[in-house]
Design a protein around this ligand. Sequence first.
Ligand SMILES: Nc1nc(=O)c2c([nH]1)NC[C@@H]1CN(c3ccc(C(=O)N[C@@H](CCC(=O)O)C(=O)O)cc3)C=[N+]21
Length: 289
Amino acid sequence: MKIIDGKALAVQMQADLKVKVEKLSEKGVVPGLVVILLGEDPASQVYVRNKERTAQRLGINSKVVRLPDQTSESELLALIDQYNQDEQWNGILVQLPLPAHISEEKVLLAIDPKKDVDGFHPMNMGRLWAGNPVMVPSTPAGIMAMFKHYDVDLSGKRAVVIGRSNIVGKPIAQLMMMANATVTIAHSRSKNLSELTKAADILVVAIGVAKFVTADMVKKGAVVIDVGMDRDENGKLCGDVDFDSVKEVASLITPVPGGVGPMTITMLMEQTIRSAEMSENNNSYSSNK
Ligand SMILES: Nc1nc(=O)c2c([nH]1)NC[C@@H]1CN(c3ccc(C(=O)N[C@@H](CCC(=O)O)C(=O)O)cc3)C=[N+]21
């Protein structure tokens, strides 16, 4: 068993990104990321602070707009429109989840697809599924970067994703399919889940249930990617995978923390830089593949 060190890979990739930002800044193009956060959810506060700190370290202009939980949908939409128009900000991210009175769909549709560094706009989701991705959600992008760095060849392999969210499950399935894996998406209604997961050469888990995947569900030698950010019975941060037991079965496994999370932030920075590059090239908005 080998542990995938997402933190170390993130640090390494961020060093390259910092150089990129310096070069762009010399040309007068300073990437700018605005993060909009509604409410006081403590986990969201941590993630947003991490994003802000990383952006600043790389020389990316960054701004966090903190708004009360009760902010109306129309106020939020007006704010997004304001940043759509403002050339100083080439990346706009609205932290999810949103309060229940706000339509996530309306908000994601309102963000200019060119500035949609999360890749959650239907235009960017559609382009991903069409096989011509432009903006790719950062968690799946980070997982693909891990596969590349650790020489995980997906071609012809059986990949199983547990979780069908728009932000992780669906896009990682498509990215692995584009890398020629045979992909199965399992979810809370799947029957005989263990039967599916035991056949997986690659297992990606993104469900938000602490230590859900146990060693008996995993094939010997599988690569296991844990997207969970959960709390265990003692309130300690853990993932969707029971790391201590599954690590004895897997050939490669990501820890929580220090696995997928730092890569997510890194890929968000990369997308922000790419979106700044596109804005420099006459607003070209085209596939990166
Ligand atoms: N519009 C939007 N875009 C997102 O990308 C987005 C979002 N909304 N909502 C919430 C999820 C979650 N997410 C994380 C990012 C980094 C860590 C991260 O850095 N984790 C650290 C530990 C952090 C800690 O100590 O709690 C680690 O795994 O090592 C975790 C989770 C981004 N998300």
